[in-house]
Design a protein around this ligand. Sequence first.
Ligand code: AMP
Length: 456
Amino acid sequence: MNLIQLFDLSLMGRSAKPALEFAGISYTFGELESRSNRMAQALAARGLTKGDRLGIYLPNCVEYVDLYLACLKLGVIALPINILYRERELTHILNDASPRLLVNQEDLPALSRAAETMPAERPNVFVSGDDPAAIIYTSGTTGVAKGAVLTHNNFAANAMNIIIAWQLSSEDRLLLSLPLFHAHGLGNGLHSWLIAGYQTRLLERFESSRAEAEFLDYKPTVFFGVPTMYVRLMSCDPAISQTVRLFVCGSAPLPAQLLMDFRERFGSTILERYGMTETLMIASNPLVGERRAGTVGLPLPGISAKVVDGEVYIKGPNVFASYWGREEATRAAFTDGWFRSGDIGMLSDDGYLTLAGRKSDLIISSGFNIYPREIEEFLLEQPEISEVSVAAQSDPVKGEVPVAYLVLRTECDLKEIEQRCRAALASFKVPKAFVKVDALPRNALGKVQKHLLPKT
Ligand code: AMP
């Protein structure tokens, strides 16, 4: 079965039901069906056929949904591109994936006008579950960005898992401010929405100044966010959580302190989960049962996870097919059929997975392994510190040493912070320097880009 056949539960089965709100306009599932059919006809008229790639370089908008559905209906492979990418990053992706067409904000109006004149008939193309649905480029913080080829089956397995695990139903209301160009917004947001058939209010992006009003006005039951969003939500009226039965967080580590502060202010325990572009969702804390702070919970149904030499290995129907055009990199990413995630993790006796950071972020100082996350968690417990990142700095004697970059909530003496580290951590883990910064360099999902931290 392909994704459209699954989405038909909503596109056909709930055609008169409200599906989407975007920029103050509402659409039913039936309207999304006919809009995307017209868009598919318009793309076909421009020569796109099964197996071609369509670059989508747009912020969240209703046309994004039309374009993505149109691709699936035509068997065209969607190529979502991070809207924050500039010339150099864009050129790399375009050269690598060679899309037949790129839709950007300048071209969209003409394409939409063309779509309006097309018949609303669904194109008749056979697409199987094993066909690629999308190529999503990894953020490429180390080395060159590679395109992860995700099949219809990958997305279906992922969406069905989270629908069951989080009990998403047509009664839900999702407030979605994650970008659709990323596996989190696309894989979790769009796919589970169109299968489970709930209502979604899509925002162009998350804006802290508007978040409170959006929650109070839309009254969502479910919110999918990343840790930086939860930091911003902390200053909102506690009333925002009144209608929300589930706050989900992922894409970057949720500090245990933030989970506890959020619970105290909003009376809700954020459910943390773990995923990546190549695998979509891997693990989740349970909806019913213990949501263990600092952990990403249990591997989802059908997914196996093991830890080999400290690294998390994954197997399951969610794991991507290949890196686009890179046989060698694909082979290198797997060992005996297991995908090596590049994340350092630990599995507890009762199966909960705890992540300690990317393998590439591991700091080795005089032969000691230092996991930046451990130091970051400790520093975040200090009331004066609001954000922190610990990264390696090369050292002529020790090889590498940790350096802490701090965003302060209130002014404080950094010597005092160092003292507290000395009292709480082994000496080799105490950062060699503490650097005050106004903000941490983050990508569109709020993940700290350690390679962009200032050198000391
Ligand atoms: P991306 O492919 O951009 O989604 O990035 C995936 C990476 O984000 C993973 O390999 C992890 O390093 C990190 N990540 C995702 N979710 C979590 C989480 N809940 N806690 C810690 N790291 C996470």
